[in-house]
Design a protein around this ligand. Structure first.
Ligand SMILES: *Cc1c(COP(=O)(O)O)cnc(C)c1O
Length: 359
């Protein structure tokens, strides 16, 4: 068996311990004589899996009792519609557009009401986070929407926006569980798990109870109402059962390593290795304003498209895969999520040094 260092933005690297454990339990989960993939989601044994996953996530994120945790499907992209359908009582919401995912959410919201762009960093290819300390937020906006870590552009909010009392909704797909978080500051925190937690097919929505109501936009399908899933403890219909089981294993892995404070320390250490190298390199340059740099996604360029392509190709041959940047940015991007070991980043930097010397 040979594993590569996988810098994919998502689906992305998972902890080896988790994959090994899942392999061991594949044929016979805890004496049930079957795989978790084969069991009823209404069985006692599965109930324990989903309940334990939720309890561990609550412990990790210190989720207050007045928040519900929902395990849903449809990816983060489905939330772009579900959020306005459930929250737009006044048919108005404020969006901060800091990248492609925030922009898609903003455009989707326009289908359901008045989505107001209150800030954007599109003028400089989303390479920074705008000042959000004093934005003009409409009085009657139902919520303020952000994408907290911009997977494609590699920026991250270091301070949450001043919402002036409005409900904050955040897409945290690519920074989920990467550092401690104060859940009470948000109305909704959600993310697809395929970046930093588990396999594609699960989206986790952490939502304050008062936002779960029958009062959704007319025509909202049953499956797209938060209330449907909250009332049924995420078992209204068949959930993405196997994916939730893997997420549960990742929660336990994080707990074992010391929780979110330990994750933050690890992630800062890893990111520093790469950013420090970029800051002194004559060939490779980071593309993001320094104070807004993400700990998870690190885009960089050489300034020469052919050299970029050569780097990506030679890196792949050396076992560093999925380093090609997003098509809208070009260059390279190293996604260094929780499960990327420090050694992977160190070896990548060694490889970059060697490449710089030789080219
Ligand atoms: C990947 C990603 C999405 C899209 O997720 P899907 O599950 O494919 O819909 C949305 N937001 C962010 C921040 C992402 O990184």
């Amino acid at each position: 068996m040979s594993r590569v260092y996988n810098f994919s933005a998502g689906p992305a690297v998972l902890p080896e311990e988790v994959l090994r454990e899942a392999a061991e339990e594949m044929m016979d989960y805890k004496g049930s004589g079957m795989s978790v993939m084969e069991m009823s989601h209404r069985s006692k044994i599965y109930d324990a899996i989903i309940k334990e996953a939720e309890a561990d996530l609550r412990e990790l994120m210190n989720i207050p009792d007045n928040y519900r945790v929902l395990f849903l499907q449809g990816g983060a992209s489905q939330q772009f519609a579900m959020i306005p359908m459930n929250l737009m009582k006044n048919k108005k919401a404020a969006y901060i557009v800091t990248g492609q995912w925030a922009k898609k959410a903003f455009q989707e919201a326009k289908i359901y009401g008045e989505a107001v762009k209150v800030a954007s960093s599109e003028d400089e290819t989303f390479s920074y986070i705008p000042d959000c300390s004093d934005l003009e937020i409409p009085e009657d906006a139902d919520y303020v929407y952000i994408c907290e870590n911009n997977t494609i552009y590699g920026t991250k909010y270091k301070a949450l926006p001043n919402t002036k009392g409005h409900t904050l909704v955040a897409d945290v797909s690519s920074c989920f569980l990467s550092e401690p978080v104060d859940v009470s500051k948000y109305g909704i925190i959600y993310g697809g798990v395929q970046k930093n937690i588990g396999p594609a097919g699960v989206v986790i929505v952490i939502i304050r109870e008062d936002l779960i109501t029958e009062d959704t936009l007319p025509g909202t399908p049953t499956m797209l109402k938060y209330k449907t899933h909250a009332d049924a403890d995420s078992l209204y219909n068949t959930p993405p059962a196997y994916g939730i089981y893997i997420c549960g294993k990742v929660f336990q892995w994080i707990k074992k390593l010391g929780g979110l404070a330990a994750m933050k320390e690890r992630n800062e250490e890893k990111a520093k290795i790469l950013y420090d190298f970029l800051d002194q390199s004559k060939m490779f340059k980071g593309t993001v304003r320094k104070e807004d740099r993400s700990l998870m996604n690190v885009p960089f360029v050489t300034g020469d498209k052919e050299l970029d392509a050569k780097f990506v190709k030679e890196a792949e041959a050396a076992g560093f895969v999925n380093l090609k940047g997003h098509r809208t940015v070009g260059g390279m991007r190293a996604s260094i999520y929780n499960a990327m070991p420090k050694e992977g980043v160190e070896k990548l930097v060694d490889f970059m040094k060697k490449f710089e010397e030789e080219n």
